[in-house]
Design a protein around this ligand. Structure first.
Ligand code: SF4
Length: 306
């Protein structure tokens, strides 16, 4: 499979470019290195700041928000706007994005915002570079390294990242047949995310003759972004597993059925993770060679060691 392309803050293990000359090691980024390609960027260095450098921050000046280096008094907003625009206009389109949290340049939504006197007003701002990224890539998998420590957020990010990459692969082949195959193999995954939107997507493909090829791919992608907007809910996860269970239950032994259902119950009651009933179902699918289910990305959302 094509490797996902991730746009990433350079200080997340790729360079010692932080204001203090440090780098940040993120376990998930290190693991991703084996499976993904990266496009790295350090916006602060790109606008000409040195390493090490005096820290910069977001401040409210009159009615404006500015990116400022308090020690030198340098206002860097304009430079950063120009860089972000130019960089994003020329960079390859990524499948997902990981930015460094809490940075006035890269932070997605946890950046401190100060008054001109240096008093903290808010800590839920977006960094200047990140604001451009969020606008251009709305609906894409975008996270910071801190939020990726949360299992549910990480699982959603990885599932989306690899689904977006598979879609890009289908799109690059430019054949409608690849799109139909993509849809077929992602059915259960999309069902787990959002059944209603998934049906709309299916209807769209049923009426594919109404669209040009370009329209078909772009409308499909917009719909896919809506489907995968939020993480899979527990209820939807359970519904899809029961749906898959319907394919194999008649061939399973009584004790195996009881064990699977009790594991599903444990998952419902937060006593175990979804990965446990999913792994059990996977083994039954392999055992009974259910080809339709074997092809479903729901059961292989991303490389296992992630
Ligand atoms: S957070 Fe962004 S701007 Fe700051 S060092 Fe890292 S890559 Fe550079």
């Amino acid at each position: 499979m094509t490797k996902p392309l991730i746009l990433i803050s350079k200080c997340l293990g790729f360079d010692n470019c932080r204001y203090n000359g440090d780098t940040i090691k993120s376990e998930i980024v290190e693991k991703l290195k084996k499976h993904c390609s990266f496009s790295t960027v350090c916006p602060e260095v790109e606008i000409g700041l040195s390493v090490p450098r005096n820290p910069i921050r977001l401040e409210k000046r009159e009615k404006e928000e500015v990116l400022i280096q308090p020690k030198s008094g340098l206002i860097l907003s304009e430079k950063m706007f120009k860089f972000a625009q130019k960089f994003l206009d020329s960079a390859n389109e990524p499948d997902g994005i990981i930015l460094k949290g809490r940075s006035p340049s890269c932070g997605i939504k946890d950046v401190k915002f100060y008054s001109a006197r240096g008093i903290e007003i808010d800590r839920k701002h977006s960094g200047v570079f990140a604001s451009f990224v969020l606008k251009k890539y709305a609906g894409y998998p975008i996270e910071d390294e801190g939020r990726l420590l949360d299992e549910r957020i990480r699982e959603h990010f990885l599932t989306k990242l690899f689904a977006f990459t598979r879609f890009r692969e289908a799109k690059e082949s430019t054949s409608v047949r690849s799109l139909l195959k993509f849809h077929e193999t992602n059915k259960l995954l999309f069902m787990a995310y959002n059944q209603k939107e998934m049906r709309i997507l299916g209807n769209m493909l049923g009426n594919q003759k109404k669209f040009t090829k370009e329209e078909l791919f772009s409308t499909y992608f917009e719909s896919m972004k809506r489907i995968m907007e939020r993480p899979i809910t527990k209820g939807n996860e359970e519904n899809v597993l029961l749906h898959a269970f319907g394919y194999v239950s008649k061939k399973m032994k009584k004790k195996e059925i009881e064990y699977f259902l009790s594991t599903l119950n444990d998952f419902r009651e937060n006593k175990t993770f979804a990965t446990v009933p999913i792994a059990l179902m996977k083994s039954q699918i392999e055992r009974f060679e259910v080809e339709y289910l074997k092809s479903q990305t729901y059961f292989r959302r991303h490389p296992e060691n992630l």
